[in-house]
Design a protein around this ligand. Structure first.
Ligand SMILES: [Zn+2]
Length: 454
């Protein structure tokens, strides 16, 4: 036992030294690096207000001081964003980093994607998608299922350990549902267990629900995702309550995938934290969600030349408008998990990135008439709360992690300004400057931030 303790403490010391090494120190000092950001305009999305000529002092990974008169210590690196608008990083509250279904070869039929793309391939896609999201200013993503055998928790661990840049990932692990999840498996698929699994965890009884929730948390989930009504029998109010209790024991909140009005009502009655997909919700559901403070991740797909139909878009816009008017706590969410040959910038002909495709969901929000300050709230404040990271990330205030972006223009009057992300800082390190990714400080040949990030 003593030997084990000794080895552990040596490991702790080594990890500590390596973590310190990964942060460049100012000359002649062993303390954390200091960075001073000069913000021409600093937006507080909570209040919808802007302060001018502010200095944000960042020490190591966190914000140390903010204000107009903050002194810049000698030796601090100075970043001049005096011509830009500075704000907290953005949140996609419902996305899928490790699945990309396509028109060719699978005709958007994602059952085939599960068969054809391995977990390792999908994990590498997720790493790429994470970098693309961060470049568009998304510093937090909720990554909620359909990620093969835990490619999502692997992505979180890899980013937290310090292998590569990416947003803070809140992964769910595989979605938990009755047999088949979102699939209608054949007996062959079900009994062989190796085609449709690991995409979903079957949980058909209280014991199995508890086991599934614990399994996901054991393998690195930070939120729990339930298929509420993927089958007509679905989960009962008691089933959902049980999952919520068990998830809480591991510090996780529960999101319900909802596709029927009946399922929505059961999720609301159980007091679920987030409802995913707005399509099946009625005005009465919106009223109840507002009253109970249940977050909506509506996944509001816009109508574009690469996706959507006019009829579906009309419905989506009407639903979002009603949810906004009823004061449901709204998050910005995309459900992004597909790709096709038309996803190019119409002017330049260049491929759109996963980040650009995600922020393009602004089209729906604008069509629903949501004012810019409230869209920005959905993209930030509500996203941080829905992701359950709001005690550590979000507001540009002392003590918080320094996840900071800067855009040209004013997102409080023209929300499209957030499409023009010129600067990204994640955990106090610069990822993008002057509109160009400069991520070299994020890449390491080992888990420099600690192998214990599990
Ligand atoms: Zn989804």
């Amino acid at each position: 036992m003593l030997k084990r303790v000794l080895i552990l403490s040596i490991v702790v010391v080594v990890v500590g030294v390596q973590a310190a090494r990964s942060q460049p120190s100012p000359a002649g000092s062993t303390s954390l690096p200091l960075t001073a950001i000069k913000a021409g305009r600093l937006v507080d999305p909570e209040t919808g207000t802007t302060a001018t000529n502010q200095v944000i002092l960042v020490e190591g990974e966190r914000i140390k001081a903010v204000g107009p008169g903050v002194a810049i210590p000698p030796g601090a690196a100075v970043i001049d964003l005096s011509r830009l608008t500075v704000l907290p990083g953005l949140v996609d509250a419902h996305t899928h980093m490790a699945i990309t279904y396509k028109e060719v070869p699978e005709n958007n039929y994602y059952y085939l994607t599960y068969v054809m793309d391995s977990t390792p391939l999908r994990a590498i896609q997720a790493a790429s998608n994470g970098i693309q999201m961060l470049s568009s200013g998304f510093t937090v993503v909720r990554d909620v299922g359909n990620n093969a055998l835990y490619a999502d928790t692997a992505l979180r661990q890899a980013i937290e350990q310090g292998w590569l840049p990416g947003p803070t990932v809140i992964p769910s692990g595989p979605m938990i549902g009755g047999t088949g999840g979102q699939f209608w498996p054949t007996p062959e698929m079900y009994k062989q267990h190796n085609i449709m699994y690991p995409e979903y965890i079957d949980a058909n009884s209280p014991d199995e629900i508890v086991r599934a929730v614990r399994e996901n948390m054991l393998f690195g989930a930070r939120t729990i995702k339930l298929c509420i009504d993927c089958k007509p029998w679905g989960y009962s109010v008691d089933d959902i309550k049980l999952a919520i209790r068990e998830a809480a024991a591991g510090g996780c909140k529960v999101e319900g995938h909802v596709q029927t009005p009946e399922g929505a009502q059961r999720a609301i009655d159980a007091g679920i934290y987030i409802i995913a997909h707005g399509n099946a919700l009625t005005p009465e559901h919106h009223r109840q969600m507002a009253q109970k403070g249940i977050f909506l991740a509506g996944t509001d797909t816009p109508l574009t030349n690469y996706r959507g139909s006019e009829a579906a878009f009309k419905r989506t816009v009407a639903n979002l408008k009603d949810a906004y008017e009823k004061k449901v706590p709204l998050t910005f969410s995309t459900d992004f998990d597909y790709w096709n040959e038309r996803m190019k910038d119409e002017k330049t002909g260049e491929w759109l990135t996963r980040g650009e495709l995600s922020i393009n969901f602004l089209l729906t929000w604008k069509a629903a008439g949501v004012p810019a300050p409230d869209i920005l709230k959905a993209l930030t404040v509500n996203g941080y709360k829905a992701a359950d990271v709001d005690k550590e990330r979000g507001p540009i205030k002392p003590g918080m992690f320094a996840d900071i972006i800067a855009v040209s223009g004013d997102p409080l009057t023209d929300i499209d300004a957030v499409r023009r992300v010129q600067f990204v800082m994640k955990n106090g390190m610069v990822f993008k400057r002057e509109g160009v990714m400069a991520p070299e400080k994020f890449f390491h040949p080992g888990p420099v931030r600690g192998w214990r990030q599990r």
